[in-house]
Design a binder for this molecule. Sequence first.
Ligand SMILES: CC/C=C\CCC/C=C/C(=O)SCCNC(=O)CCNC(=O)[C@H](O)C(C)(C)COP(=O)(O)OP(=O)(O)OC[C@H]1O[C@@H](n2cnc3c(N)ncnc32)[C@H](O)[C@@H]1OP(=O)(O)O
Length: 313
Amino acid sequence: VRNSLISGNETIKMALTIAVGGRVWRKFFKTFPFRSNSALKRFPTCRANGRLYSTSSDVVLVRKDEESGIATVRMNNPPVNSLNPTLMVALRSCFEELEKDKTCRALILTSQKPKVFSAGLDILQLYQKSPDHVAQFWEKVQDMWLALYGSRLITMAAINGHCPAAGCLLGLACDYRIMAEGNFRIGLNETQLDLVAPFWLRQTMIDVIGYRQAEMALMIGALYPSDKALQLGLVDKLAPIEDVQTVAEEEVKNWLKIPDQARAITKMASRKPLLDELRRRKQEDIQTFRDETTRESVQKSIQQYLEKLKAKK
Ligand SMILES: CC/C=C\CCC/C=C/C(=O)SCCNC(=O)CCNC(=O)[C@H](O)C(C)(C)COP(=O)(O)OP(=O)(O)OC[C@H]1O[C@@H](n2cnc3c(N)ncnc32)[C@H](O)[C@@H]1OP(=O)(O)O
């Protein structure tokens, strides 16, 4: 109800603005210009200054096909692409750079290391850390998500391996998900660590797989094999692991046939309410995460979870 009411209003507002050619429309196109270009370039790093796509590290690899405007963003933080501050800042800055690039039309997010898309948040960053550290860490999660979920680009997750917790958060923030067939798992398993998914992550899960399935999946912290994930609608397509990237590119090409403006405005009409809500409640969300995560009983659960991970070997 919340979504349909608010997005209904937003859609009407946008339609009126388009009809009368008002300020919001002009602002929208100033913010999200649409164009394309040619030639294939590889950016080994996502850098911070000067030329395109930069960070100070190699944890994110970006390759953009100038002709199609498709950028492939590879997470490269071995062994399991756990989302530590360096990777999250690099991803955010990369999403923002691509957003500003007038020739970029689509983004494919994948892992440089097949078999693991991302192991989710770096659990070590949540264990025995100060409240301030945890708070700053969480803000990086929020900012990364806001940049991806709120992107004007076509965003496609090429999930070439396991995709638990915040790995799944990244996938859910995209417009479409292609996952590797086989024994790979995806889901929001936060409760298994004694953590509670924040409202905005919970909402994206509901939006993608529906209320009942999301409620159950979140309560039990379910991790689904890829065929079950497809059945639930948590992913949209399966492909052999070696073909995930190619299938993603083919899918993007279909999406590129849709005019960018109409697609992006439609996407924003449905996502703006949740984006605005998180922006408005950002500090409250940080405090909740900080207070929950640093609680003694949660710290104990995280410790046990880490021990279980180590004992697996
Ligand atoms: C109030 C709001 C609260 C919360 C909202 C939070 C939202 C998001 C939360 C999270 O994301 S929490 C993280 C949850 N992640 C997981 O549960 C995944 C744990 N990892 C795995 O299951 C597996 O590692 C795997 C991803 C399936 C890959 O298995 P594989 O066999 O390939 O690797 P291995 O398990 O041997 O791991 C290698 C190495 O990496 C360490 N590791 C794994 N995951 C993490 C992680 N998330 N953070 C930090 N480190 C991780 C693992 O311990 C191994 O280390 P070692 O080589 O030193 O033993």
